[in-house]
Design a protein around this ligand. Structure first.
Ligand code: KMH
Ligand code: ZN
Length: 279
């Protein structure tokens, strides 16, 4: 496995599907808020955006017209690599999640197994994984393999052995750590997962949910990984200090990266790293 140890790809995951706008009015849920968030986050060092969208009532939706408008608006107003979530919310049917690729994102998330998700279940049965993967190859969308557990790493070996490399030939993963039901957000777990990745993996990032955000970021930086941060994953900067804007989370890891002598990638460098199709 080859890893970049100097340049750093920062993905911002600004919204997610779990947090309510009523509880967190600063959560970007409208298209305008999402575009403004993308612009600010790009300005301070992000190169990719992981997108979940909301409807007019700020509820999670996978409405195809809205997804398409969102991809277009982010392309028109930012340079960011646009990654749509195919995970959606725990309530989204699998068939609707497959349709996300119709919105023609640059990249899509692809979770490598079912996981307990707090009191809920985030469903990713094997036939769904293989169908989504083959669809991403056919549509020339670069997947980001989301790994919530060590078992998901094993499933990634199985997928790549059976169905070959993704569109573009690069294999990029994201370790999502600290979900109640998944692997913990610890350095030990991160090292175990990274050491078990298939040899064909060309890059990986990590994100720590909630309080594990900093320990995971520091561990990933030191092990040569990339980073995902955002209000999808953490809502406070410290105990009792709410995040007011996603760009604060990006800025914070840019500062950590400076100390670690890792320079944030531009969106074009991220496109090269992931071999995103120039549409
Ligand atoms: N909202 C979670 C149930 C993804 O974006 O692909 C799933 C999730 C993963 O956020
Ligand atoms: Zn997500």
């Amino acid at each position: 496995m080859s890893v970049s140890t100097d340049k750093l790809m920062i993905t911002v995951a600004p919204t997610g599907a779990e947090t309510s706008k009523t509880d967190w009015p600063q959560l970007p849920t409208t298209l305008d808020e999402l575009v403004e968030t993308g612009q600010q986050c790009q300005e301070v060092g992000a190169s990719m955006i992981h997108v979940h969208i909301r409807d007019d009532d700020h509820q999670p939706t996978l409405d195809l017209a809205r997804l398409t408008d969102t991809v277009d608006a982010l392309h028109e107003n930012t340079d960011l690599v646009v990654q749509l979530s195919t995970g959606g919310s725990v309530h989204d049917p699998l068939e609707t999640r497959l349709k996300v690729l119709d919105a023609q994102p640059d990249s899509c998330s692809l979770t490598m197994g079912t996981t307990n998700f707090g009191d809920d279940v985030f469903l990713n049965p094997w036939p769904f994984i293989t169908e989504l993967y083959q669809l991403s190859q056919e549509r020339e969308v670069v997947p980001e393999f989301e790994l919530f557990d060590l078992g998901h790493v094993h499933a990634l070996h199985r997928l790549l052995d059976k169905y070959g490399l993704p569109y573009g030939g690069r294999v990029h993963c994201d370790l999502v750590m600290g979900v109640p039901g998944g692997m913990p957000g610890t350095t030990d777990a991160l090292v175990a997962a990274v050491n078990a990745l298939p040899d064909v993996v060309t890059s990986w990032s990590a994100t720590g949910i909630g309080r594990s955000t900093l320990s995971v970021a520091l561990a990933a930086l030191s092990k040569g990984g990339h980073l995902r941060v955002g209000m999808e994953d953490v809502l406070t900067l410290a105990k009792g200090v709410p995040v007011e804007h996603n760009s604060q989370l990006v800025e914070r890891v840019v500062n950590l990266a400076n100390i670690a002598q890792r320079t944030p990638m531009s969106p074009d460098e991220a496109r090269d790293l992931l071999q995103i199709k120039r549409r």
